[in-house]
Design a protein around this ligand. Structure first.
Ligand code: AMP
Length: 295
């Protein structure tokens, strides 16, 4: 497996592959790989000639009181996991100084994601999506992929990055991969490693909450307040669960909707703390009924 740490070498590798007419897929990750990442890499291997997995814990998407320093870093284990998936993968693992040659101070140029970061996680993680979009744009320039794969678990991230590609005229196909879950429904996440055994058991309510909302939407519930209450009522079953938000927004604009229209695509999403560990989950759903055609 090829491990590349410099942007220049990554670009040269990608240019060579491109000149041979090969299709490159990129799977951006922050490492500490689990079954969710596996699914992305497998989907990438099925859709492209060459797959680059980036491993980069991006400092600019962490707030000052968040877990950047504590974030799990298991580079050797990650390489082993990836080697088992395919020995032909390229791993792009740049250092912070390679990705931010001007430093990570606030006066650097960064991507403004506009109103899309106003709700859900964006409302509570100031600058998070600007950091994500900036780092992913850099990864796109370094790895020069034809397609990029992201998990739908991080639904707001996927919507914002898809918009980045569209609005910045990037010639990259965006693929959203369904959330991979443990047997009890909990979405795999690198942060699950922080949970105590008791918290891990209690965390099952996170997926139950979004699936509860999905089911109610499928049965015709259109009111945001009722859907939010369904999610809270499930999350309240566990005393350890401290809800940061539970909401239903339009799947494209990410704006809250008081009443879902027939046929509307929406996103039900939650963020919940267990102790100091913050977990998120979400589902895209479509309201029953035909959408009115705009005249
Ligand atoms: P991360 O390393 O947490 O930044 O995640 C890297 C990529 O894996 C992102 O596109 C995530 O959305 C995706 N991902 C994380 N967890 C899962 C999961 N349980 N199922 C599917 N994709 C996931």
């Amino acid at each position: 497996m090829k491990i590349i740490t410099s942007v220049r070498k990554m670009q040269a590798w990608a240019d060579r592959r491109r000149s041979e007419g090969r299709c490159i897929a990129l799977v951006p990750t922050m490492g500490a790989l689990h079954a969710g990442h596996d699914a992305l890499v497998r989907a990438a291997l099925a859709s492209a000639d060459d797959v680059v997995v980036s491993i980069f814990v991006n400092p600019t998407q962490f707030g000052p009181r968040e877990d950047f320093n504590a974030y799990p870093r298991h580079f050797d284990e990650d390489v082993e996991i990836l080697g088992k998936l395919s020995s032909g993968l390229a791993v792009f693992a740049p250092g912070v100084e390679e990705m931010y040659p001007g430093g990570v101070q606030a006066d650097r140029i960064s991507v403004d994601v506009g109103y899309l970061s106003r709700y859900l996680c964006g409302a509570f993680r100031q600058g998070h999506f600007e950091g994500v979009a900036t780092a992913v744009l850099k990864l796109f320039h370094a790895c020069r992929p034809h397609v990029a794969l992201f998990g739908l678990k991080d639904a707001q991230q996927f919507v914002i990055l898809s918009r980045l590609v569209r609005d910045m005229l990037l010639d990259i196909g965006m693929v959203g991969v369904p959330t991979v879950r443990a047997a009890d429904g909990l979405a795999f996440s690198s942060r699950n490693a922080y949970l105590s055994p008791g918290q891990r058991k209690a965390a099952v309510v996170v997926s139950q909450a979004v699936h509860g909302a999905e089911e109610a939407i499928g049965k015709g519930e259109q009111r945001r307040a009722a859907l939010v209450e369904i999610m809270y009522s499930i999350l309240r079953r566990e005393d350890d669960a401290r809800v940061q938000y539970a909401d239903v927004v339009d799947a494209d604009t990410l704006q809250p909707i008081e009443e879902i229209s027939p046929g509307q695509h929406v996103l039900a999403a939650v963020a919940v703390y267990f102790g100091s560990t913050r977990l998120i989950d979400s589902v895209f759903a479509q309201a029953p009924g035909a959408a009115c055609r705009k005249i």
